[in-house]
Ligand binder design. Structure first.
Ligand SMILES: NC(=O)c1ccc[n+]([C@@H]2O[C@H](COP(=O)([O-])OP(=O)(O)OC[C@H]3O[C@@H](n4cnc5c(N)ncnc54)[C@H](OP(=O)(O)O)[C@@H]3O)[C@@H](O)[C@H]2O)c1
Length: 248
C-alpha cells in the first residue's frame, strides 16, 4: 500500500517521534520533507536518511500555510509540538500559553490546510495527527497542552466527516509516555531530572514504537482507514497516571 504514497511532510522531525517516522518512511522509499526549526539535528537527519529539510516555525502559521502549500505531499504527519512547564494553569506564563496553542493547535490546522486541497484533488492522501493521552483523559498541571491536543482530536473528528468519499485517510495517534526530550521544559530543561523521574522507574514507549504503529496504519490497504490509535507502554494504564514499576 505504501507504494501509493510517494511523498510526505513530517513535522517535528529533528528528534524523537518525528525523527523515527522520517527514518522509517525514507527506508520505505518515501520522499520526506522534514520540518522543524533549523538545527544541527535536522541537518544530521538529512545526511543520514536523504530527506529534505524545511526549517519552519510551526507557530508562524502564515509561513506554514505558504511554504507547505508548495509541497505536493501524499502524507502529512502533524507531529511537532511543545509542552508548557508542569504547573497549575494560574501559574503559567502568557508566552507559553500562546506558544502551545500556536504550535500544537494552530500549526496543525495550518499545515493541514496547506496540503489537504492537493490531496483531495489527487484523490490520494493520508493525514496523521500525533495527539496525546492528555486531551481525552484529565491530568493536573498540563491543562493548556491537554486543551491543544483535545482541540486537534475534535478537528480530526469533524474532518473525517468532510473527507468521506475523498479517499484521503486520517489517523490520530494518541501515545502515552514516550522516552524523548519532550518534557524537558516541564523540568526546567533539566534532562537528567526528567529522565530519572519519567523513565527511571517505569518503562515508556520508544519513538520507534510510535513510528511502528503509524507505519502499520499507513500500510493498510487503501479501503481500510485506521481512525485512531491509543498506545501506551504495557506498564502504563490507558489514560491514567498509573504506572507499574519496571519489571526486574
Ligand atoms: N514524549 C511523549 O511522552 C509524548 C506523549 C504523547 C504525545 N507526544 C507528542 O508527540 C509529538 C512529538 O514529541 P516528541 O516526544 O518526539 O518530542 P521531542 O523529541 O521534543 O520532539 C519535538 C519536535 O517538535 C519540534 N518543534 C517544537 N517546536 C517547534 C516549532 N515551533 N516549530 C517547528 N517544530 C517544532 C522539535 O524541533 P525543533 O525544536 O528542532 O524545532 C522536535 O522535532 C508532540 O506533538 C507531542 O505532543 C509526546
Amino acid at each position: 500500500m505504501i507504494s501509493v504514497y510517494k511523498s510526505a511532510i513530517v513535522t517535528g522531525a529533528s528528534r524523537g517521534i518525528g525523527a523515527a517516522v522520517t527514518r522509517a518512511m525514507c527506508s520505505a522509499g518515501v520522499a520526506v520533507t522534514a520540518v522543524s526549526r533549523g538545527s544541527k539535528a535536522l541537518d544530521d537527519l538529512v545526511a543520514e536518511t536523504g530527506c529534505t529539510a524545511l526549517a519552519l516555525d510551526l507557530g508562524n502559521t502564515d509561513e506554514v500555510l505558504d511554504r507547505l502549500a508548495t509541497v505536493d505531499a501524499d502524507i502529512l504527519v502533524n507531529n511537532g509540538g511543545v509542552m508548557t512547564q508542569s504547573a497549575p494553569f494560574a501559574q503559567l506564563e502568557r508566552d507559553e500559553i500562546h506558544q502551545s496553542v500556536d504550535v500544537n493547535l494552530k500549526g496543525t490546522l495550518a499545515a493541514t490546510r496547506a496540503v489537504l486541497p492537493g490531496m483531495i484533488q489527487r484523490q490520494r492522501g493520508h493525514l496523521f495527527f500525533v495527539t496525546s493521552m492528555f486531551g481525552p483523559y484529565a491530568a493536573p498541571n498540563a491543562s493548556v497542552y491537554a486543551a491543544t491536543k483535545a482541540g486537534v482530536r475534535a478537528f480530526v473528528n469533524c474532518l473525517r466527516l468532510e473527507l468521506a468519499g475523498s479517499r484521503v485517510r486520517a489517523t490520530e495517534i494518541a501515545p502515552g509516555r514516550v522516552e524523548t526530550e519532550f518534557f524537558s521544559a516541564a523540568f526546567g530543561n533539566d534532562k537528567d531530572a526528567m529522565a530519572a523521574t519519567l523513565f527511571g522507574k517505569h518503562r515508556a514507549l520508544t519513538p520507534q514504537d510510535v513510528s511502528d504503529a503509524l507505519m502499520g496504519a499507513l500500510q493498510m490497504p487503501e479501503h481500510a482507514d485506521v481512525n485512531r490509535i491509543e498506545i501506551t507502554s504495557t506498564d502504563q494504564a490507558l489514560g491514567g497516571m498509573i504506572y507499574a514499576e519496571k519489571p526486574e
